[in-house]
Ligand binder design. Sequence first.
Ligand SMILES: NC(=O)c1ccc[n+]([C@@H]2O[C@H](COP(=O)([O-])OP(=O)(O)OC[C@H]3O[C@@H](n4cnc5c(N)ncnc54)[C@H](OP(=O)(O)O)[C@@H]3O)[C@@H](O)[C@H]2O)c1
Length: 234
Amino acid sequence: MEKKVVFTGGNGRFAEAIKKIQNSYKIFYPNKKELNILSEKNIENYLRKIRPKILVHMAGLSRPMKQHEDNIHRSIDLNIVGTANIVKVCSRMNIKVIYLSSGYVYQGKKGDYKETDAILPWNNYGWSKLGGEASVQMYRNSLIIRANISQSPFLHNRAFSNVKINFLYHDEAAKIIFKLINKKGIINLGGESNSIYKFAKKTNPKVKKLSLKNNKYPKKLTMNLKKLNKLLKV
Ligand SMILES: NC(=O)c1ccc[n+]([C@@H]2O[C@H](COP(=O)([O-])OP(=O)(O)OC[C@H]3O[C@@H](n4cnc5c(N)ncnc54)[C@H](OP(=O)(O)O)[C@@H]3O)[C@@H](O)[C@H]2O)c1
């Protein structure tokens, strides 16, 4: 029998890439009316109907980042409270939770961050994702994926040439998600280490160089991918 998997945030940008990947699971992509992460009751009703073994939690508030500074209520509700609601229901029903977190939970000052390194977000988006991680960490039947991912083609007209990150495009990351589905703990997910400008050039050849002049934002956002690469080899 095929294993049932529910992906929350089924109409989101990353979910669109995941829908294109062939796999051996029976997948459900509820919209926010069918599964509203702000209501424990609603989550439970939906999951009782489907009875999945795994829930991949991608619903929430992501880009643009500025909305997490401008409206902290919405950011707290969707990314922290919403994730806690998911974990509470899934732990009662013994459903594994896979949480899409972000590389923005790291401080971004030294780069090459390992899963075991200290975490210290530098913006509210990072704090909201770390807030979500807190309840997932308390539930042992879980996996946290700290992802550096971006849309293809690169969205902006300008990109920093002096900020390093190891982004993956959505379609590349989507393929890897299915290979990690049976893992637990924390795994960094990203791609080749590059400046944002070099990465952007791959899918947006007209992108212009921009230099980050001040020290208000971190410049070394790369994550260490040894654990990921080891897991993908076996
Ligand atoms: N994009 C990135 O670069 C990136 C990087 C690392 C991690 N992530 C994480 O990956 C996940 C997906 O990112 P994304 O960029 O694909 O996000 P997205 O496009 O903003 O999608 C978020 C989804 O959540 C849904 N949603 C909003 N409120 C909801 C509610 N109350 N109940 C249920 N669903 C609700 C949205 O539905 P509506 O559209 O109908 O509002 C949308 O389908 C997020 O958790 C994000 O933090 C993203």
